[in-house]
Each structure stands twice: as C-alpha cells, then as structure tokens.
Design a protein around this ligand. Structure first.
Ligand code: FAD
Ligand code: NAP
Ligand code: FMN
Length: 578
C-alpha cells in the first residue's frame, strides 16, 4: 500500500504546488485529436465505482474515466449504489475510488454494496483485476478505512490487485492523478490511445473545484437572536454570470482565508516577521500571505504536533503522543489550536520554510444549500452556525464559518464551487410524502426542499421535524416556516426545543410520539431525509426510525433493519450529515 498522506514530508514547494495543479492541464497533452482510432464495441470494459458523500471521489472517478477512454477503454462510471451485488461479482476490470465517512465508515452510497460483499465468504472474485484509491483525511483516527476495507476484502475474495492502493489526504489531486496514470495503462493492457471527443473538454464547466467561482456575498444576516447561546447566519451568494446551476440537495463549498489576527499571532509565535519569501504553488510569496491564503493554521497537522512535541520536550504532549491513545489525544486537542500549542514555548522558533512544510493546505468547507436552484437560479443560500468558543484563555474562531460571518465588505467575492448530491433530492414524484428531520443547521436543505416543492406546486405531504436549544432565540426561519404552513406547502411541523424544559427533548422524541403516523407514510412510499450533526443526532434518529418501524410495523429488529435497508436501496432514506 502506498500512502500519499505525508505530503508534508516532501519538500513543501513540490508537494503543495501540485495541490492546485491542474490534472486536466496535464492530461490534455496526452489526448490525441486524430480521427477515431479506437473501436468502442471491442474495447475492454473498465468499471469505475465511486463511494462518495460530497463528490470528491465522484470527480476523481470522472477524471479516471476520461483517462481510460483516452487509453481505448470502455469506461463506465457508477456510484456504488448503482450496481447490484451479482453484477459487481461479475466485474473483470475494476477501479474503486472511495472516501471514508463517520468514524471509519463507508460513505452512505457504498453501504449496501459493502454489506453484500463483506458478509458473504462464498463469493469468488478470481476473475477480477482491481485497484483502490482511498480518499480521506489524516485528522481522522481511521484514515481511509473504507478504501482499506475494500482493498482487503477484494484480495480475500481472490481478486488480483494490479496497482497498490493509494491512500490520499485532503490534498488528493496529485496522488489521484499519479494513481490514474499508473493504473489506467495496466487496465488497458497497453491498448493504443484513442480520440476522446473534443466536446468532452469543451463541455467542461468553466468553474469547478480546481477553479472556484468568485461569487458575490449579497446577504449576511443573523438568524438566531442576539441573546442566543449560538450564532446561526443566513447567507446569499450571487452566482450570476457564472453559467453554474444547482439543485436543492447539493452542497456549496467555500474556499476561506484565515483570520489576519491569527496569522499575525502565529508569525510572532514562531519568531518570523511575515515578510519571508517562500515558494507556494510555483510562486514566491511572503509568509504572511501563504499563511492567510494557502495553509490550515487552526487545526494542527500530525506532523506539526510531533515536531512541537520533539522541540519543546513538553511532557504532557509527549506522553499523550507516545501512548498512541487516540481518545487521549482528542481530549488533549479539544479546544486547542495551533497557536495554543505554540504559545507556551516562546523559545521554540521555526524558519518560514520549516513551518510551512509542517502544515496542510487550507481546505474548503462544504455547506448544504438552503435554497432551490429553480426558485433562486442566481443566488445560493446557506445556513451556517458560526464556530466561536473560548478556551485556553483565548477566543477561538472556526476558519470558514467566521471568515463569512465577519466579512467587513458585504460585496466581497467568495470563492466557491458546487458538490452535487445526486441522491439527496426532492422525489421526482410530486405526490409522494417527504419526512424531513433537520435540527439546528440541519434545516438548511429542507428549506431548499420546501422551496422546490412550492415551485413545482407539488401536492405530496411535507413534514418537518426541527429543533434547537431555545424557541425564543433559536427558532430560525420561523416566519418563513409559518408562511409555508399557511400556504399549505408545509403540512406537518414538529418542534423540539431541547433546553426550554428541564428534560431534553429532541427531534427523535417527537418522531416516536408520532410513530404510527410516520410509519403509515413510509408505507405509502414516503421519503425520509435527515440532515445535521452526524455524531449524535443522526445516530439517535436512525435508532428511532428502526424502533418506529419495529413497533408500528409489527416487526422484529432484523425485519426492521431489512425494511430500513430497502428504503436505503430505494433512496427513500437519505442523509446529509456532517
Ligand atoms: C456535506 C456537509 C454539509 C455541511 N453543511 C453545513 C451547513 O449547512 N451549515 C453549517 O453550519 N455547517 C455545515 N457543515 C459543516 C461545515 O463544513 C464546517 O465544518 C463548519 O462550518 C465548521 O467549519 P469552520 O471552518 O468554521 O471551523 P474549523 O476551523 O474547521 O473548526 C472546527 C473545529 O473547531 C473545534 N471546535 C468547534 N467547536 C468547539 C468548541 N465549542 N470547543 C472546542 N473546540 C471546538 C473542533 O475541533 C472542530 O472540529 C457541513 C459539512 C459537510 C461535510
Ligand atoms: N462535537 C460537539 O460536541 C458538537 C456540539 C455542537 C455542534 N457540533 C457540530 O455543529 C454542527 C451542527 O450544529 P447545529 O447548530 O446545527 O446543531 P447542534 O448544535 O448540534 O444542535 C441542534 C439541536 O440538536 C440537539 N441535539 C443534541 N444532541 C442531540 C441528539 N443526540 N439527538 C438529537 N438532537 C440533539 C441540540 O440540543 P442540546 O445542545 O441542547 O443537547 C440542539 O437542540 C455539526 O457540525 C455538529 O457536529 C458539534
Ligand atoms: C463527517 C465526516 C467524517 C469523515 N470521516 C473520515 C474518517 O473516518 N476517515 C477518513 O480518512 N476521512 C474521513 N473524512 C474525510 C473524507 O473522507 C474526505 O473529506 C473525502 O475527500 C471526502 O470525499 P467525498 O466527497 O468523495 O465523500 C470525513 C469527512 C467528514 C465530513
């Protein structure tokens, strides 16, 4: 297995320059524009399966398909939920590109296939040749676990691995590009390069992950009341003139910049001036600009942690790291950012180059879109909780949520790109019921769904479960919700304000109270959507759903699980959780 997670160990100007490097720029040079030398009918079929939650793996799968077509292969890109068990077992040439979600789990669209393939030891994959590209994030304990699981399982079932698995960190472009260029020729058995339709490139959108659109921020409004214990804001970003469009259910990714005060404090803490010129993405720039625009400076990388431990000799940090106990490390890091780790050691100095080499590239953040693209073709609405907390005697701010919240100039350009979410969609059938569970910022896509249903004049029943801490301060979009009720777009609403009474009340408690009605709607083919906190809420809502189906459907736990699985297969139980 090859890991591409340690780009920080490669001289940073090489590894990180490539981060934004255009794969297509490189790939186009391989494309022959001569008349069709390939014979599509006789071409070997290469299936490219992606497991993806927010579109990264899907986008790499599409890159791989373009490269495969250029090598004369008949490339088929499918989501893992678009192939049945038996068809999977019959595949001969396979690429798997998957991210990891939750805590080392499969992304939602890979779960059912994974369960089918991982639970049956009688399967033989002796005819299969494969390779796995795993996308992940080294800040998670179980780095790239889903890709690891697929790789190990396919080998165990007798498949032949043609190219070692590559595990990619958040800056996956370069590693993905080199995996594609290694694996595709082997899959094609050296077949001659053929033409790919020049239209393919002509059709490529101008703006994408690799070339974000500079959208104008036109609205930045506080949704929670000023007295609230939290801050949730409504944003509208103009995409007029971009040629881009989106669907309710998609996410918008925002490319933030770091807070200038934090940049200045870090520069001081490492003993630099900020004027040191360093190469970043093939360009010399002052350290201050590099830290502001290109590197993650809030959440410390593992390499930076190790180096601080080594240089400082700090007993506590060294003993936490030496213990290898991930929970201990998470506890130690909770509420501590990079600056908190540097401040106690004023004598620990880094050169600008040393420090940059220990950092990860600054990542975009994803946000579930809270508007319908049909009702609002020129703007994208977002509903974002600003991350602000006080710890270690300092105020801390989330990078992206406060980059937006604190923008002084309302008309600033926000670099953004879309992540389509093909399964998180308003049902095509306008008559089917929709049950939506979205506490806190989880309401975002359901505001979009309701706009979409209204736009379509859909007659299907709409039921929203929403809640937050306190009704008086945190009932966001209350006016809109009430208007939707009055207009009969929102037919049922159940609210759970957790802190308005002594005992906590959560959305899943409201679901249980209405269990019989909820089950009846599922029986009518209703869709069940969940959005918001992945770690606590989505798990408890899932448990409540199982219980409701068991109780009101008179089913055993196993039968209820089967029922839920069938809903997932039918894409009637879909989640957008984070
Ligand atoms: C598909 C998807 C959709 C999403 N949709 C939305 C959405 O619609 N609305 C929304 O608000 N968010 C949404 N998110 C989350 C969003 O992407 C960001 O993770 C979030 O805004 C925080 O980013 P940040 O840059 O502000 O914070 P970061 O700089 O990334 O900091 C967050 C980190 O700060 C630390 N932290 C946070 N709170 C505390 C605390 N109280 N005490 C100590 N430490 C703390 C934690 O380590 C946490 O991981 C979505 C995420 C995904 C993946
Ligand atoms: N790691 C954390 O501790 C933590 C904490 C908050 C938010 N977040 C993150 O913040 C984002 C979402 O924030 P948000 O403002 O949308 O929502 P949120 O802060 O998670 O809370 C929204 C509502 O959900 C309630 N809630 C808490 N635990 C729940 C559970 N197990 N089941 C159902 N409801 C539950 C909250 O109640 P109470 O708060 O009164 O319990 C609150 O009323 C996510 O990224 C989430 O992971 C993380
Ligand atoms: C809620 C959440 C949980 C994640 N859990 C893991 C994890 O356990 N291990 C890991 O390596 N990466 C994890 N990741 C990182 C994703 O795998 C990574 O961002 C990947 O590029 C996403 O690709 P996708 O858009 O194809 O889903 C997680 C990301 C999110 C938002």
């Amino acid at each position: 297995m090859t890991t591409a997670n340690n780009t920080q160990n490669i001289p940073f100007n090489e590894a990180q320059q490539a981060w934004l490097g255009g794969f297509f720029a490189g790939m186009h040079s391989h494309i022959l524009h001569s008349a069709g030398s390939g014979d599509a009918a006789n071409a070997r079929t290469l299936t490219i399966l992606y497991g993806s939650q927010t579109g990264n793996s899907e986008s790499v799968a599409n890159d791989a398909a373009k490269a495969a077509k250029a090598h004369g292969l008949n490339a088929k890109v499918l989501g893992m939920d678009e192939i049945e068990r038996d068809a999977f077992i019959g595949l001969e040439y396979l690429l798997i590109i998957t991210s990891t979600y939750g805590e080392g789990d499969m992304p939602d669209n890979a779960q059912i296939l994974w369960e089918a393939i991982s639970s049956d030891d009688s399967i033989s994959l002796a005819n299969m040749k494969y390779s796995v590209l795993a996308l992940g994030d080294t800040s998670y304990d179980l780095f790239c676990q889903a890709g690891i699981d697929w790789d190990q399982r396919l080998t165990k079932l007798g498949a032949t691995c043609l190219v070692e698995r590559v595990d990619c960190d958040v800056d996956f472009d370069q590693a993905a590009e080199s995996w594609i260029s290694n694996v595709v020729p082997l899959m094609s058995n050296g077949a001659a390069t053929m033409t790919i339709d020049s239209d393919d490139t002509a059709k490529a959108p101008t703006y994408s992950r690799k070339n974000p659109f500079p959208g104008k921020l036109v609205v930045n409004r506080l949704l929670t009341s000023p007295e609230s214990s939290k801050e949730i804001r409504h944003y509208e970003i103009s995409i007029a003139g971009s040629g881009l469009s989106y669907e309710a259910g998609d996410a918008l990714n925002i490319v933030p910049t770091n807070c200038p005060e934090l940049v200045a404090d870090i520069i001081k803490a490492i003993g630099c001036t900020g004027d040191e010129e360093e190469p970043v993405h093939s360009q010399l720039m002052p350290l201050s600009e590099a830290l502001r625009e290109h590197f993650e400076i809030k959440t410390p990388s593992k390499e930076l942690l190790d180096e601080i431990a080594r240089r400082s000799g700090d007993q506590e940090l060294n003993s936490v790291l030496a213990s290898g106990d991930k929970d201990k490390l998470a506890k130690y890091l909770w509420g501590r950012d990079t600056l908190d780790l540097l401040l106690p050691f004023p004598n620990m100095q880094f050169s600008a180059a040393e420090f940059l080499a220990l950092l990860k590239p600054l990542q975009h953040r994803a946000y579930s879109i809270s508007s319908s693209g049909k009702a609002n073709p020129e703007t994208v609405h977002l509903t974002i909780g600003s991350v602000r907390y006080h710890s270690h005697n300092r105020d801390h701010k989330g990078v992206c949520s406060t980059y937006l919240a604190d923008l002084a100039d309302e008309h600033s350009a926000i670099r953004c790109f879309f992540s389509p979410n093909k399964v998180f969609r308003v049902p095509e059938d306008n008559d089917l019921p929709m049950i939506m569970v979205g506490p806190g910022t989880g309401i975002a896509p359901f505001r979009a769904f309701l706009q979409e249903r209204e736009f379509r004049q859909a007659k299907g029943l709409n039921w929203l479960f929403f809640g937050d801490r306190n009704a008086a301060t945190d009932y966001i979009y209350q006016d809109e919700i009430e208007a939707l009720q009055n207009n009969k777009v929102l037919n049922k609403l159940d609210l759970a304000f957790s802190r308005d009474q002594e005992e906590k009340i959560y959305v899943q408690d409201r679901m249980r109270e209405k269990g019989a009605e909820l089950f009846a709607l599922l029986e009518q083919g209703g869709y069940f959507f969940v959005c918001g906190d992945a770690y606590r809420m989505a798990k408890d809502v899932d448990k409540a759903l199982h219980d409701i189906i068991a109780t009101h459907g008179n089913k055993s736990d196993e039968q209820a699980a089967e029922y839920v699985n069938q809903m997932k297969k039918d894409k009637r139980y879909v989640r957008d959780v984070y």
